[in-house]
Design a protein around this ligand. Sequence first.
Ligand code: GLA
Ligand code: CA
Length: 794
Amino acid sequence: MRRLILTLALALTAGFAMAQKGTFEAGKGTFLLNGKPFIVKAAEIHYPRIPRPYWEHRIKMCKALGMNTVCIYIFWNIHEQQEGVFNFEDNQDIAEFCRVAQKNGMYVIVRPGPYVCAEWEMGGLPWWLLKKKDIRLREQDPYFMERVKIFEEKVGEQLRPLTIANGGPIIMIQVENEYGSYGTDKPYVSEIRDCLRGIYGESVTLFQCDWASNFEQNGLDDLIWTMNFGTGANIDQQFRRLGQLRPDSPKMCSEFWSGWFDKWGARHETRPAKDMVDGMDEMLSKGISFSLYMTHGGTSFGHWAGANSPGFAPDVTSYDYDAPINEYGQTTPKYFELRKMMERYNDGKKMPAIPKPAAPIITVPKFELTEFSSIFNGNDPNLDTPICKGSQLLTFEEVNMGWGSMLYTTTLPEINEQSLLTADIHDYAQFFINGKYIGKTDRVKNEKSITLPPVKKGDELQILVEAMGRINFGRAIKDFKGIVSDVVISATINNIETTWTPQAWNMFALPDSYEKAVDAFLHNNDLSKPDTGLRLGKPSQFATDGKDLTTRPGYYRGYFNINKVGDTFLNFERWGKGQVWVNGHAMGRIWSIGPQQTLYIPGCWLKKGRNEVIVLDVVGPQEAVVWGQAEPELNKLQLERTNKHNNIGDKPDLNSDTPAASGQFKAGNGWQTVKFPAPKRGRLLCIEASSIQGSGDVVAIAEIYAQGSNGQRLSREPWTCKYADSEDEGGNHLGDKVFDLQESTYWQTVRGAGFPHLLVIDLGSEQTITAIEYLPRAEQGAPGSVKDYKIYVK
Ligand code: GLA
Ligand code: CA
C-alpha cells in the first residue's frame, strides 16, 4: 500500500511531460498492472542474437503472436568485454531496445543476471574474471561482487529511467538465474537482490526463477517465485509445491521452453508444436502467466555460443531453438498454430497483423576462397614472437586472451619407442611434430591422450589449441582455456616405464578478431608463394608432406558479388573447424561434424557489389568453397563415428554379479531414491530396467544421481555413458542425457527393442555408492518410467 501511495505521489508531482507512470505488482492470485489483473504473455528474445536493424521487426513478430511483453537477459560479457570498459551502443543499446518495445506497445521483463546461462559464453560472465584464478563465481567472492555491482550500476544507468514507475515499459526484474541448479546460497542471492533494489528503487517488482524441484533452496521471502519448465511438462505438477507454500501467489512459468538448443555433434532438437500450444493454452485457461523461451532464438554470432555441462557440449552458432519465429525472423507452422490459440485469449480483439519479412531471401552461387595465410608459416605477425616463453604452461586467461587459439611448442628428447602424451586441454587440440600432423584430442569426446611416434632429440612438438565457448551451466562455468594441466609423455624403454614433462615452452597467441585476420593477409596473400614454415623451423614441411595446399590450418579469404541485398545462408560443409567473418561482422563458429552446416548471413550486413568472406579454419578445408542457399542446413551430421553407445564390446558382463539393489520404482512424476542395503564400490554404474509402468516397451530416464559414503551426491563432472543397449538417437535421447543436469531431457530406448534395457555409466574412477536418485520424464504420468530394476556397481 505504502508503495502504491508513493508511486501515485511521484506520478502527480512529475506532471504530464513524461510518459504515463504505472505500477506492476503481485496481487492475490494474479499480477496487477496499474491495479488491474494482468496475465503476462511474454516472448523471450535476445538483443545480441538479433542484428540491430531487425529488432523492431522481431518485436512486431512477437506482438502478432498475441504477446504483451518481451523478456530479455542482459549479457554482461557483451557490454564489458574489457574490465572497466562499457559499451551500450549499437547492438548493445539495451535502452533503445526497451524503447522500441514500448513504442510497439510491449512491456519488458529484464533479467540482468549477473549470470544468465542462455547457452551463452560463460553464462554471460566476462572471461576476464578468471584472471583471478581462485575466484568464486556466483558467490560472495569480494572481487566478483565488486565487479557485479559496478556492472549492475551501469545497466541501471541505462534502464532505471525505463521502469514502469518512471513511465517506461519495464514491469519486472529478475534476481540471478535458476540459482537452485548451481547451489544453495541465500546470502549471495540476497546480496544480488539488495543490489538491484538499490539501483531500481523500492517500487520495482523483483522475482526469482527456478525449477519446481529446487526453488525452495534459495527462495527469498520477499521475492516472487516463478517456475521454469518445458513443452510437454505436467503443468499442475509444476506449480503444486508453490501452491502449497504460497496459495495466493500469482503463477508464472518464466521459461516455457518452446524447443531446445543444439550442440555440435548431435542432431537438431525439435519439440512438437502441439505440446507447446496445448501447454500454453492450459496455462492461459488457468490464468497462469508465462514467458515463451525462446519465441525467437536468433543467432549466437561470433564466439558467443556457450557450452553445456556436465561433460563438455559446446553449442552451435544457430540458436533457432525450434522456436515459433525461426532463426532468421520468419514464421513457421508452429507460429501459426500458436497464433491461432492465442487469438482466443486476445479479449475478443483482432490480432495485430504479421509484419512482412525484414529482408528478402537471396542465394549466392558457389565461390572459392583463393587467398590463404597459413597459421604456421610465420607470416602472421601475431605468431612472429611468442607471447610467452618459459617452463610453465599458461592458459589463455593467463596471457590475457579471451578467445581464439594458442600454439604451444617445445622440443622433445630422443624417444626411440612410441610414447603416450597425456594432457587436459580445453578444447580442441591438434598435435604436430616438425609441422607434420600426428592427431588430435577433442574435449567433447573426453579425449586426453595421444600416441606419438618415435622422435629424435630436438624434434619440435607443436600443439595447436582452439577454444570453443566457455561452459554456461552448472559448477563447470569456471572454464579456463588452453592447456590446463602438465603435458606428460610416457614410454616403456628397455622395459622401464619412463616419463618426461617438457619444461621449456613457447606460446603463441592467435586471438580471434577480424583485425588480426585481416593482418594475416597483409603478409601473405599469394597462394603461389611457397609455404616456408619459417616459425616452425622446418622449411616447406607442409609443401613436401604430400598434403594439398588447401587442407591446412589458416586464414582463407574470398569474395562474392550480389546485385540485390537480402538474407542468405552460406554453406561451409566442405570446411574443417573455425570462425567466419563477413564484411568484418563475426558470423559464428563452423565445424564440419554438424549438425549446423550453414551460417545465417543477415542482409543488413551485406552490400550491393563485392562482399568479403574470411574463414579461420584451424583444421583446414576439404575444398575452399562456399555457396549461398535459400534455406538453412541445421541437421546434417558428418561424424567420424556414431554418437550411440551401443558398442557391444563396452557392455559389461553382469551375469555372475549380485545387484547392489533391486526392486520396483513407484509410478508417477518426481524424484525417487533407492538406498543400497550395503555400500558398493566400483567404477561402472549399471541400471537395468526389465519392465515399465503402464503399457508400451519404451524406457525413459531423465536424471540419475549417485550418493557417496557420506550420503552426498557424487560429482557427475567425470561421468560418461559407457553403454546403452538402445537409444533414440533421432530424438537426441542418448544415454548421457541422464546426467546433463537438465530435468527436461532424457535417455529413451527405441520402440520394439526388447527388455531388459541396460544403461552403463562410467563414473570416471572407482567410487563408493550408497544410493541412487532417479527422475523419470517430467510429462504427465511420467511416460516410459521404469518399474522393475536392478542396479549394479562394477
Ligand atoms: C535454463 C536457463 C536458460 C536456458 C535454458 C535452456 O532455463 O535459465 O538461460 O539456458 O535453461 O535453453
Ligand atoms: Ca536430463
